[in-house]
Design a protein around this ligand. Structure first.
Ligand code: MG
Length: 288
């Protein structure tokens, strides 16, 4: 399934996208976000099977062009991110390949929709882009064993871990949270592709274009810490909940690693593309 969230006549809905037809099937009697749908339908989790059952009762269809897409999931409890998870990105940033995943977070308020604007804060001059494969948790849990970890995945989508480098690294203590969590700094979408449709999550081309120019071009085969390991590791610390996200890290080519460094400016257009997961496009504007 390809899951989208959208707004229509001031209500939010979850639907199943048919890419061939550019049409969304949805249940007009059940408005709400993916998280709200779970509560509305009394689901204990967001597994593919249960969502198929719910969306199988859809009574309406609409063209994608006639709705505003939202981030495919929002209102989640946690947005977990992994730093330095591509070996060649570690090299460009002058970092060692870590022995353990470097885990940080964004607030869910940073989540922003496909085609919405990334706002450059007045207090940063070094805002950068990071194309990332994002894992959407479908089934929660704590102390998840690595061998069962993939059972907890609903699916995957494109994400952009927008990062203010001058706050992430240039301030006392290294203010990773603040540098990563300005409003609009987590574009997500355009859809969640459920895991049954992705035969190998470690063989997906991942690219980022800035104003049409290819800046990042890699493959998820380069991930240092794999998805099952990340889920198991993080769940030793916190209870994962349905809808939680894991941004799995970015490949080389980010602005800060270039010579000379390159940062975002108003008017820029960003596109994150991952094989099978579509294209996530966002324009950049000044916040003030
Ligand atoms: Mg990142």
């Amino acid at each position: 399934m390809k899951l989208v969230s959208f707004r229509l006549d001031s209500s939010e809905y979850v639907g199943e996208l048919s890419v061939e037809q550019d049409r969304i099937s949805f249940d007009s009697r059940a408005p709400g976000s993916l998280i709200a749908l779970r509560d509305l339908c009394g689901l204990s989790d967001l597994s593919c099977g249960k969502l198929e059952e719910v969306l199988g009762k859809a009574d309406s269809k609409i063209d994608v062009a006639d709705v505003s897409l939202l981030a495919p999931v929002f209102e989640m409890e946690k947005v977990i991110c992994v730093g330095t998870n591509y070996a060649d990105h570690a090299k460009e940033m002058g970092s060692e390949v870590p022995e353990l995943p470097i885990i940080f977070n964004k607030f869910p308020s940073a989540i922003t929709a496909p085609d919405s604007k990334i706002r450059l804060p007045d207090i940063s001059t070094k805002v950068d882009f990071e194309a990332e494969l994002v894992v959407v948790i479908g089934v929660g849990g704590k102390h998840i064993a690595r061998e069962n970890a993939m059972d907890h995945v609903l699916g995957y989508c494109c994400g952009n871990d927008v990062s203010a480098r001058d706050w992430q690294k240039g301030k006392p203590g290294g203010q990773w949270l603040l540098g990563k969590t300005f409003d609009t700094f987590a574009p997500l979408g355009p859809m969640i592709v459920t895991k049954d449709e992705i035969s190998d999550p470690y063989d997906l081309g991942i690219r980022l274009r800035l104003n049409g120019e290819l800046m990042q071009d890699s493959n998820t085969s380069q991930l240092i810490f794999k998805i099952d390991y990340l889920i198991s590791h993080v769940s030793q610390f916190v209870m994962l909940k349905p809808g939680d996200l894991i941004f799995t890290g970015t490949p080389p080519g980010v602005g800060a690693g270039r010579k000379p460094p390159l940062f975002l400016k108003p008017g820029d257009q960003l596109e994150v593309e991952i094989d099978g997961l579509g294209v996530l496009g966002n324009a950049v504007v000044a916040d003030s």
